[in-house]
Write a protein that binds this ligand. Structure first.
Ligand code: FAD
Length: 428
Protein backbone atom coordinates (compact mmCIF):
# COMPACT_ATOMS: atom_id res chain seq x y z
CA UNK A 1 0.00 0.00 0.00
CA UNK A 2 1.70 3.14 -1.23
CA UNK A 3 0.26 6.15 0.60
CA UNK A 4 0.34 9.61 -0.94
CA UNK A 5 -2.52 12.00 -0.30
CA UNK A 6 -4.49 9.51 1.78
CA UNK A 7 -2.88 9.59 5.20
CA UNK A 8 -5.50 7.75 7.22
CA UNK A 9 -6.60 4.20 8.01
CA UNK A 10 -10.38 4.54 8.05
CA UNK A 11 -12.45 4.81 4.88
CA UNK A 12 -9.45 3.91 2.73
CA UNK A 13 -10.60 1.51 -0.05
CA UNK A 14 -7.13 0.66 -1.44
CA UNK A 15 -6.08 -0.57 1.99
CA UNK A 16 -9.06 -2.94 2.06
CA UNK A 17 -8.21 -4.02 -1.47
CA UNK A 18 -4.59 -4.68 -0.49
CA UNK A 19 -5.55 -6.73 2.56
CA UNK A 20 -8.06 -8.84 0.65
CA UNK A 21 -5.48 -10.44 -1.68
CA UNK A 22 -4.53 -14.10 -1.45
CA UNK A 23 -1.52 -13.22 0.63
CA UNK A 24 -3.12 -10.68 2.92
CA UNK A 25 -0.05 -9.12 4.48
CA UNK A 26 0.43 -5.52 3.43
CA UNK A 27 3.55 -3.38 3.42
CA UNK A 28 2.37 0.17 4.13
CA UNK A 29 4.84 2.72 2.80
CA UNK A 30 5.37 6.38 2.00
CA UNK A 31 8.04 7.76 -0.32
CA UNK A 32 9.33 11.19 0.59
CA UNK A 33 10.10 12.69 -2.81
CA UNK A 34 12.86 15.34 -2.58
CA UNK A 35 11.13 17.30 -5.34
CA UNK A 36 8.07 17.72 -3.13
CA UNK A 37 10.18 18.46 -0.09
CA UNK A 38 11.73 21.33 -2.01
CA UNK A 39 8.54 22.76 -3.45
CA UNK A 40 6.24 22.46 -0.41
CA UNK A 41 6.05 25.31 2.07
CA UNK A 42 7.22 24.59 5.63
CA UNK A 43 3.70 24.36 6.94
CA UNK A 44 2.62 21.77 4.41
CA UNK A 45 5.70 19.71 5.24
CA UNK A 46 4.98 19.98 8.95
CA UNK A 47 1.41 18.81 8.35
CA UNK A 48 2.66 15.94 6.22
CA UNK A 49 5.27 14.77 8.72
CA UNK A 50 2.88 15.00 11.67
CA UNK A 51 0.28 13.02 9.71
CA UNK A 52 2.87 10.34 8.95
CA UNK A 53 3.90 10.19 12.60
CA UNK A 54 0.34 9.62 13.69
CA UNK A 55 -0.11 6.87 11.11
CA UNK A 56 3.10 5.17 12.21
CA UNK A 57 1.84 5.18 15.81
CA UNK A 58 -1.47 3.70 14.76
CA UNK A 59 0.37 0.99 12.86
CA UNK A 60 2.59 0.22 15.87
CA UNK A 61 5.68 1.49 14.09
CA UNK A 62 4.98 -0.45 10.89
CA UNK A 63 4.86 2.48 8.46
CA UNK A 64 7.86 2.30 6.17
CA UNK A 65 9.11 5.72 5.08
CA UNK A 66 11.90 6.04 2.51
CA UNK A 67 13.31 9.06 0.72
CA UNK A 68 13.85 9.11 -3.04
CA UNK A 69 12.22 9.08 -6.44
CA UNK A 70 9.06 6.93 -6.36
CA UNK A 71 9.87 5.28 -9.70
CA UNK A 72 13.03 3.91 -8.07
CA UNK A 73 11.86 3.27 -4.53
CA UNK A 74 8.44 1.70 -5.15
CA UNK A 75 9.67 -1.01 -7.58
CA UNK A 76 12.57 -1.70 -5.21
CA UNK A 77 10.22 -2.19 -2.23
CA UNK A 78 7.71 -4.17 -4.28
CA UNK A 79 10.43 -6.59 -5.34
CA UNK A 80 11.89 -6.79 -1.82
CA UNK A 81 8.56 -8.12 -0.48
CA UNK A 82 7.63 -10.05 -3.59
CA UNK A 83 4.49 -7.94 -3.95
CA UNK A 84 1.62 -9.19 -6.07
CA UNK A 85 0.57 -5.63 -6.72
CA UNK A 86 0.96 -2.08 -5.48
CA UNK A 87 -2.21 -0.39 -4.23
CA UNK A 88 -2.89 3.34 -4.40
CA UNK A 89 -5.61 5.98 -4.36
CA UNK A 90 -5.55 7.58 -7.77
CA UNK A 91 -3.90 10.98 -8.14
CA UNK A 92 -5.26 13.19 -10.93
CA UNK A 93 -3.02 16.25 -10.69
CA UNK A 94 -0.41 16.73 -13.46
CA UNK A 95 2.65 15.93 -11.31
CA UNK A 96 1.00 12.87 -9.74
CA UNK A 97 -0.08 11.52 -13.11
CA UNK A 98 3.42 11.78 -14.54
CA UNK A 99 4.91 10.22 -11.42
CA UNK A 100 2.47 7.28 -11.48
CA UNK A 101 3.12 6.65 -15.16
CA UNK A 102 6.85 6.48 -14.44
CA UNK A 103 6.26 4.09 -11.51
CA UNK A 104 3.99 1.88 -13.64
CA UNK A 105 6.71 1.63 -16.27
CA UNK A 106 9.37 0.68 -13.75
CA UNK A 107 7.15 -1.84 -11.95
CA UNK A 108 6.99 -3.93 -15.13
CA UNK A 109 4.65 -6.86 -14.55
CA UNK A 110 3.66 -5.84 -11.01
CA UNK A 111 0.42 -3.87 -11.47
CA UNK A 112 -0.14 -0.45 -9.89
CA UNK A 113 -3.75 -0.76 -8.84
CA UNK A 114 -5.85 2.32 -8.06
CA UNK A 115 -8.97 2.02 -5.92
CA UNK A 116 -10.76 5.32 -5.40
CA UNK A 117 -9.37 8.83 -5.27
CA UNK A 118 -9.36 11.81 -2.88
CA UNK A 119 -12.67 13.01 -4.35
CA UNK A 120 -16.37 12.23 -3.98
CA UNK A 121 -16.58 11.88 -7.75
CA UNK A 122 -13.24 11.35 -9.46
CA UNK A 123 -12.12 13.72 -12.21
CA UNK A 124 -13.28 12.63 -15.66
CA UNK A 125 -16.44 10.90 -14.39
CA UNK A 126 -18.92 13.73 -14.79
CA UNK A 127 -19.32 14.82 -18.38
CA UNK A 128 -21.95 16.36 -20.62
CA UNK A 129 -24.11 14.05 -22.75
CA UNK A 130 -21.60 14.35 -25.59
CA UNK A 131 -18.74 13.29 -23.31
CA UNK A 132 -17.24 16.78 -23.13
CA UNK A 133 -16.12 18.14 -19.75
CA UNK A 134 -18.11 20.87 -18.04
CA UNK A 135 -16.75 24.40 -18.04
CA UNK A 136 -19.42 25.85 -15.79
CA UNK A 137 -19.98 24.79 -12.20
CA UNK A 138 -23.77 24.76 -11.82
CA UNK A 139 -24.58 22.16 -14.52
CA UNK A 140 -21.54 20.15 -13.36
CA UNK A 141 -22.92 20.24 -9.85
CA UNK A 142 -26.33 18.92 -10.93
CA UNK A 143 -24.78 16.00 -12.72
CA UNK A 144 -22.28 15.42 -9.93
CA UNK A 145 -25.13 14.98 -7.46
CA UNK A 146 -26.90 12.58 -9.78
CA UNK A 147 -23.71 10.57 -10.18
CA UNK A 148 -23.43 10.01 -6.41
CA UNK A 149 -20.80 8.09 -4.46
CA UNK A 150 -20.33 5.06 -2.24
CA UNK A 151 -20.70 4.82 1.50
CA UNK A 152 -17.51 5.14 3.57
CA UNK A 153 -15.35 2.02 3.32
CA UNK A 154 -14.71 -0.12 6.35
CA UNK A 155 -10.94 -0.33 6.08
CA UNK A 156 -9.68 0.09 9.65
CA UNK A 157 -9.50 -3.66 10.30
CA UNK A 158 -7.34 -4.14 7.24
CA UNK A 159 -4.59 -2.24 9.05
CA UNK A 160 -4.08 -5.35 11.19
CA UNK A 161 -2.46 -7.04 8.18
CA UNK A 162 0.34 -4.47 8.07
CA UNK A 163 3.67 -6.14 7.59
CA UNK A 164 6.52 -5.41 10.00
CA UNK A 165 9.06 -3.62 7.78
CA UNK A 166 12.02 -4.04 10.17
CA UNK A 167 13.83 -6.48 7.93
CA UNK A 168 12.89 -4.80 4.66
CA UNK A 169 14.92 -2.11 2.99
CA UNK A 170 16.83 -1.51 6.20
CA UNK A 171 19.31 0.80 4.61
CA UNK A 172 16.60 2.83 2.86
CA UNK A 173 14.33 3.41 5.84
CA UNK A 174 14.36 6.91 7.30
CA UNK A 175 12.95 8.39 10.47
CA UNK A 176 10.00 10.67 9.83
CA UNK A 177 11.58 14.15 9.87
CA UNK A 178 10.66 16.56 12.65
CA UNK A 179 8.12 19.24 11.73
CA UNK A 180 10.05 22.26 10.38
CA UNK A 181 7.60 24.71 11.96
CA UNK A 182 4.80 24.86 14.52
CA UNK A 183 1.29 24.58 13.13
CA UNK A 184 -1.80 26.50 14.19
CA UNK A 185 -3.85 23.30 14.03
CA UNK A 186 -3.13 19.63 14.77
CA UNK A 187 -2.60 17.27 11.80
CA UNK A 188 -3.83 13.70 11.39
CA UNK A 189 -6.86 11.47 11.21
CA UNK A 190 -7.95 11.77 14.84
CA UNK A 191 -7.73 15.57 14.79
CA UNK A 192 -9.70 15.62 11.52
CA UNK A 193 -12.48 13.47 12.97
CA UNK A 194 -12.65 15.46 16.19
CA UNK A 195 -12.84 18.78 14.33
CA UNK A 196 -15.47 17.41 11.98
CA UNK A 197 -17.65 16.16 14.87
CA UNK A 198 -17.39 19.59 16.48
CA UNK A 199 -18.47 21.28 13.22
CA UNK A 200 -21.43 18.91 12.73
CA UNK A 201 -22.62 19.78 16.25
CA UNK A 202 -21.94 23.50 16.24
CA UNK A 203 -21.45 24.89 12.73
CA UNK A 204 -23.25 22.85 10.10
CA UNK A 205 -26.84 24.02 10.71
CA UNK A 206 -25.84 27.67 10.24
CA UNK A 207 -23.20 27.07 7.60
CA UNK A 208 -25.16 28.65 4.72
CA UNK A 209 -24.92 32.09 6.33
CA UNK A 210 -22.00 31.45 8.70
CA UNK A 211 -19.63 30.62 5.87
CA UNK A 212 -19.43 34.27 4.87
CA UNK A 213 -18.48 35.61 8.29
CA UNK A 214 -14.68 35.79 8.58
CA UNK A 215 -14.80 36.96 12.21
CA UNK A 216 -17.16 34.16 13.22
CA UNK A 217 -14.66 31.63 11.91
CA UNK A 218 -17.36 29.00 11.87
CA UNK A 219 -16.47 27.01 8.75
CA UNK A 220 -15.40 23.38 9.02
CA UNK A 221 -11.61 23.81 8.72
CA UNK A 222 -11.55 20.51 6.83
CA UNK A 223 -9.41 21.82 3.95
CA UNK A 224 -5.97 20.70 5.15
CA UNK A 225 -7.35 17.36 6.34
CA UNK A 226 -8.92 16.82 2.94
CA UNK A 227 -5.74 17.89 1.18
CA UNK A 228 -3.68 15.22 2.96
CA UNK A 229 -6.47 12.68 3.07
CA UNK A 230 -6.61 12.56 6.85
CA UNK A 231 -10.31 12.27 6.15
CA UNK A 232 -12.19 11.42 2.95
CA UNK A 233 -15.06 13.66 1.72
CA UNK A 234 -17.24 10.50 1.68
CA UNK A 235 -16.95 10.38 5.44
CA UNK A 236 -18.12 14.00 5.59
CA UNK A 237 -20.93 13.54 3.07
CA UNK A 238 -22.27 10.57 5.04
CA UNK A 239 -22.93 12.86 8.02
CA UNK A 240 -24.81 15.50 6.02
CA UNK A 241 -28.57 15.58 6.10
CA UNK A 242 -30.92 17.61 3.94
CA UNK A 243 -30.76 20.83 5.91
CA UNK A 244 -29.85 24.11 4.30
CA UNK A 245 -26.43 24.16 5.95
CA UNK A 246 -25.71 20.60 4.86
CA UNK A 247 -26.67 21.34 1.26
CA UNK A 248 -24.51 24.46 1.19
CA UNK A 249 -21.61 22.42 2.55
CA UNK A 250 -22.06 19.69 -0.05
CA UNK A 251 -21.90 22.36 -2.76
CA UNK A 252 -18.46 23.41 -1.50
CA UNK A 253 -17.25 19.82 -1.62
CA UNK A 254 -18.50 19.81 -5.20
CA UNK A 255 -16.37 22.88 -5.93
CA UNK A 256 -13.33 20.93 -4.75
CA UNK A 257 -14.20 18.10 -7.15
CA UNK A 258 -14.98 20.54 -9.96
CA UNK A 259 -11.61 22.26 -9.82
CA UNK A 260 -9.82 18.89 -9.74
CA UNK A 261 -11.86 17.92 -12.80
CA UNK A 262 -10.98 21.14 -14.62
CA UNK A 263 -7.28 20.66 -13.90
CA UNK A 264 -7.50 17.06 -15.06
CA UNK A 265 -8.96 18.07 -18.43
CA UNK A 266 -6.81 21.19 -18.88
CA UNK A 267 -3.47 20.50 -17.16
CA UNK A 268 -1.98 23.66 -18.70
CA UNK A 269 -4.32 25.67 -16.47
CA UNK A 270 -2.13 24.96 -13.45
CA UNK A 271 0.14 27.95 -14.11
CA UNK A 272 -1.33 29.43 -17.31
CA UNK A 273 -4.60 31.17 -18.06
CA UNK A 274 -7.28 28.56 -18.58
CA UNK A 275 -8.82 31.01 -21.01
CA UNK A 276 -5.98 31.90 -23.34
CA UNK A 277 -7.75 35.02 -24.54
CA UNK A 278 -6.31 36.63 -21.43
CA UNK A 279 -2.70 35.88 -22.36
CA UNK A 280 -2.37 39.29 -23.97
CA UNK A 281 -3.57 41.34 -21.05
CA UNK A 282 -1.19 44.03 -19.88
CA UNK A 283 0.28 43.12 -16.45
CA UNK A 284 2.65 45.07 -14.23
CA UNK A 285 5.98 43.35 -13.56
CA UNK A 286 8.36 46.27 -13.06
CA UNK A 287 10.14 47.36 -9.88
CA UNK A 288 7.08 49.20 -8.62
CA UNK A 289 5.03 46.06 -9.17
CA UNK A 290 7.43 44.08 -6.98
CA UNK A 291 7.18 46.72 -4.25
CA UNK A 292 3.40 46.50 -4.33
CA UNK A 293 3.60 42.71 -4.25
CA UNK A 294 5.76 42.90 -1.11
CA UNK A 295 3.25 45.29 0.52
CA UNK A 296 0.43 42.88 -0.32
CA UNK A 297 2.34 39.89 1.13
CA UNK A 298 3.14 41.79 4.30
CA UNK A 299 -0.45 42.97 4.80
CA UNK A 300 0.50 46.62 4.34
CA UNK A 301 -1.70 47.78 1.46
CA UNK A 302 -3.65 50.25 3.57
CA UNK A 303 -6.89 48.37 2.82
CA UNK A 304 -7.81 46.86 6.20
CA UNK A 305 -9.70 43.75 5.02
CA UNK A 306 -6.95 42.87 2.53
CA UNK A 307 -4.28 43.42 5.17
CA UNK A 308 -6.17 41.40 7.79
CA UNK A 309 -6.41 38.45 5.41
CA UNK A 310 -2.75 38.61 4.45
CA UNK A 311 -1.73 38.78 8.10
CA UNK A 312 -4.00 35.88 9.07
CA UNK A 313 -2.31 33.91 6.29
CA UNK A 314 1.22 34.83 7.33
CA UNK A 315 0.58 34.16 11.01
CA UNK A 316 -1.49 30.99 10.81
CA UNK A 317 -1.24 29.43 7.35
CA UNK A 318 -4.99 29.83 6.90
CA UNK A 319 -7.27 32.51 5.45
CA UNK A 320 -11.05 32.63 5.41
CA UNK A 321 -12.57 31.93 1.98
CA UNK A 322 -14.33 35.29 1.64
CA UNK A 323 -11.05 37.07 2.35
CA UNK A 324 -9.11 34.82 -0.03
CA UNK A 325 -11.44 36.13 -2.74
CA UNK A 326 -10.95 39.75 -1.69
CA UNK A 327 -7.15 39.57 -1.38
CA UNK A 328 -6.84 37.70 -4.67
CA UNK A 329 -9.05 40.19 -6.49
CA UNK A 330 -7.00 43.04 -5.03
CA UNK A 331 -3.72 41.60 -6.32
CA UNK A 332 -5.11 41.12 -9.81
CA UNK A 333 -7.51 44.01 -10.32
CA UNK A 334 -6.10 46.74 -8.06
CA UNK A 335 -2.39 45.99 -8.38
CA UNK A 336 -2.49 44.52 -11.93
CA UNK A 337 -0.04 41.74 -10.99
CA UNK A 338 0.00 38.23 -12.51
CA UNK A 339 -2.39 35.94 -10.62
CA UNK A 340 0.29 33.25 -10.47
CA UNK A 341 2.46 35.45 -8.24
CA UNK A 342 -0.32 35.45 -5.70
CA UNK A 343 -1.09 31.77 -6.20
CA UNK A 344 2.52 30.87 -5.53
CA UNK A 345 2.61 32.93 -2.33
CA UNK A 346 -0.61 31.31 -1.13
CA UNK A 347 0.80 27.84 -1.81
CA UNK A 348 3.94 28.72 0.10
CA UNK A 349 1.98 29.89 3.14
CA UNK A 350 -1.20 27.81 3.28
CA UNK A 351 -1.44 24.60 5.26
CA UNK A 352 -4.24 23.52 2.92
CA UNK A 353 -2.36 24.64 -0.22
CA UNK A 354 -3.79 22.56 -3.05
CA UNK A 355 -2.91 23.01 -6.71
CA UNK A 356 -6.41 22.57 -8.11
CA UNK A 357 -8.41 24.55 -5.52
CA UNK A 358 -5.80 27.28 -5.13
CA UNK A 359 -4.84 27.92 -8.70
CA UNK A 360 -8.41 27.74 -9.93
CA UNK A 361 -9.56 29.87 -7.01
CA UNK A 362 -7.03 32.40 -8.30
CA UNK A 363 -8.14 32.06 -11.90
CA UNK A 364 -11.72 32.62 -10.76
CA UNK A 365 -10.67 35.85 -9.03
CA UNK A 366 -8.62 36.91 -12.05
CA UNK A 367 -11.48 36.15 -14.42
CA UNK A 368 -9.22 33.92 -16.50
CA UNK A 369 -10.68 30.56 -15.49
CA UNK A 370 -13.77 28.46 -16.15
CA UNK A 371 -16.93 29.85 -14.71
CA UNK A 372 -15.12 33.12 -14.27
CA UNK A 373 -16.61 36.02 -12.44
CA UNK A 374 -17.36 38.49 -15.24
CA UNK A 375 -14.32 40.69 -15.71
CA UNK A 376 -16.28 43.83 -14.91
CA UNK A 377 -17.09 42.57 -11.42
CA UNK A 378 -14.24 44.00 -9.39
CA UNK A 379 -14.38 43.48 -5.62
CA UNK A 380 -14.38 46.75 -3.70
CA UNK A 381 -12.34 45.94 -0.58
CA UNK A 382 -14.08 48.59 1.50
CA UNK A 383 -17.58 47.55 0.48
CA UNK A 384 -16.64 43.91 1.14
CA UNK A 385 -15.45 44.85 4.62
CA UNK A 386 -18.70 46.71 5.34
CA UNK A 387 -20.76 43.77 4.21
CA UNK A 388 -18.82 40.84 5.65
CA UNK A 389 -17.06 42.38 8.64
CA UNK A 390 -19.55 45.10 9.62
CA UNK A 391 -18.26 45.49 13.16
CA UNK A 392 -14.64 45.40 12.07
CA UNK A 393 -13.96 42.42 14.36
CA UNK A 394 -11.93 40.44 11.84
CA UNK A 395 -9.85 43.47 10.91
CA UNK A 396 -9.19 44.32 14.58
CA UNK A 397 -8.14 40.74 15.28
CA UNK A 398 -5.49 40.64 12.57
CA UNK A 399 -4.51 44.27 12.00
CA UNK A 400 -5.29 45.92 15.32
CA UNK A 401 -5.98 49.63 15.28
CA UNK A 402 -6.26 50.96 11.72
CA UNK A 403 -6.13 54.51 13.04
CA UNK A 404 -2.72 53.86 14.55
CA UNK A 405 0.14 55.94 13.23
CA UNK A 406 2.07 53.02 11.79
CA UNK A 407 -0.89 51.75 9.74
CA UNK A 408 -0.11 52.56 6.08
CA UNK A 409 -2.07 54.84 3.77
CA UNK A 410 -3.71 53.00 0.83
CA UNK A 411 -0.96 52.11 -1.66
CA UNK A 412 -3.36 52.59 -4.58
CA UNK A 413 -6.70 54.30 -5.16
CA UNK A 414 -9.28 51.55 -5.63
CA UNK A 415 -11.61 53.62 -7.79
CA UNK A 416 -8.84 54.59 -10.20
CA UNK A 417 -7.37 51.08 -10.36
CA UNK A 418 -10.79 49.60 -11.02
CA UNK A 419 -11.08 51.87 -14.08
CA UNK A 420 -7.55 50.89 -15.07
CA UNK A 421 -8.39 47.17 -14.79
CA UNK A 422 -11.45 47.66 -16.99
CA UNK A 423 -9.39 49.62 -19.49
CA UNK A 424 -6.84 46.80 -19.73
CA UNK A 425 -9.59 44.20 -20.15
CA UNK A 426 -11.11 46.42 -22.79
CA UNK A 427 -7.87 46.33 -24.76
CA UNK A 428 -8.05 42.58 -25.25
P1 FAD B 1 -15.48 25.21 4.41
O1 FAD B 1 -16.24 26.44 4.09
O2 FAD B 1 -15.82 24.51 5.66
O3 FAD B 1 -15.66 24.23 3.15
C1 FAD B 1 -15.59 22.82 3.25
C2 FAD B 1 -14.66 22.27 2.24
O4 FAD B 1 -15.13 22.50 0.92
C3 FAD B 1 -13.28 22.89 2.27
O5 FAD B 1 -12.48 22.28 3.26
C4 FAD B 1 -12.78 22.65 0.87
O6 FAD B 1 -12.27 21.35 0.74
C5 FAD B 1 -14.04 22.75 0.05
N1 FAD B 1 -14.14 24.11 -0.51
C6 FAD B 1 -14.76 25.17 0.05
N2 FAD B 1 -14.71 26.23 -0.77
C7 FAD B 1 -14.04 25.84 -1.87
C8 FAD B 1 -13.65 26.49 -3.06
N3 FAD B 1 -13.96 27.77 -3.33
N4 FAD B 1 -12.94 25.78 -3.96
C9 FAD B 1 -12.62 24.49 -3.74
N5 FAD B 1 -12.95 23.83 -2.61
C10 FAD B 1 -13.67 24.49 -1.70
N6 FAD B 1 -8.99 25.55 -0.79
C11 FAD B 1 -8.08 24.60 -0.52
O7 FAD B 1 -8.43 23.55 0.00
N7 FAD B 1 -6.76 24.77 -0.81
C12 FAD B 1 -6.30 25.92 -1.38
O8 FAD B 1 -5.10 26.04 -1.64
C13 FAD B 1 -7.23 26.96 -1.67
N8 FAD B 1 -6.83 28.13 -2.21
C14 FAD B 1 -7.76 29.10 -2.52
C15 FAD B 1 -7.34 30.29 -3.15
C16 FAD B 1 -8.26 31.26 -3.50
C17 FAD B 1 -7.79 32.53 -4.17
C18 FAD B 1 -9.63 31.08 -3.19
C19 FAD B 1 -10.63 32.13 -3.54
C20 FAD B 1 -10.05 29.90 -2.57
C21 FAD B 1 -9.14 28.91 -2.23
N9 FAD B 1 -9.54 27.70 -1.61
C22 FAD B 1 -8.61 26.72 -1.35
C23 FAD B 1 -10.96 27.42 -1.34
C24 FAD B 1 -11.46 27.83 0.06
O9 FAD B 1 -11.06 29.13 0.35
C25 FAD B 1 -10.95 26.90 1.17
O10 FAD B 1 -11.19 25.56 0.82
C26 FAD B 1 -11.66 27.16 2.49
O11 FAD B 1 -11.50 28.50 2.88
C27 FAD B 1 -11.09 26.24 3.56
O12 FAD B 1 -11.70 26.46 4.81
P2 FAD B 1 -12.74 25.41 5.38
O13 FAD B 1 -12.22 24.03 5.28
O14 FAD B 1 -13.14 25.87 6.74
O15 FAD B 1 -13.94 25.59 4.35
Amino acid sequence: MWLRRDLRLRDLPPLSAAASGTDSSVLVCFVLDPRLEESSGERRLAFLFDSLRELDDKLDGKLLVVRGRPEVEIPRLARAVDAERVHISQDFAPFGRRRDEAVTDELGDIPLEATGSPYLVSPGRVTKDDGEPYKVFTPYYRRWRDHGWRKPADSARAAASALDPSDIAKSRRIDIPPAPTTLSMPAGEEAARAKWAEFVDDGLADYASGRNDPAGDSTSRMSAYLKYGNIHPRTLAADLGNGEGAQAFLRELAFRDFYADVLYHWPHSLWHNWNRQFDDIDLDTDKKAYERFEAWKAGRTGYPLVDAGMRQLAETGYMHNRVRMVTASFLVKDLHLPWWWGAEWFLDQLIDGDMASNNHGWQWAAGTGTDAAPYFRVFNPEAQAKKFDPKGEYVRRWVGDIDAEDYPEPIVDHKAEREEALRRFGEI
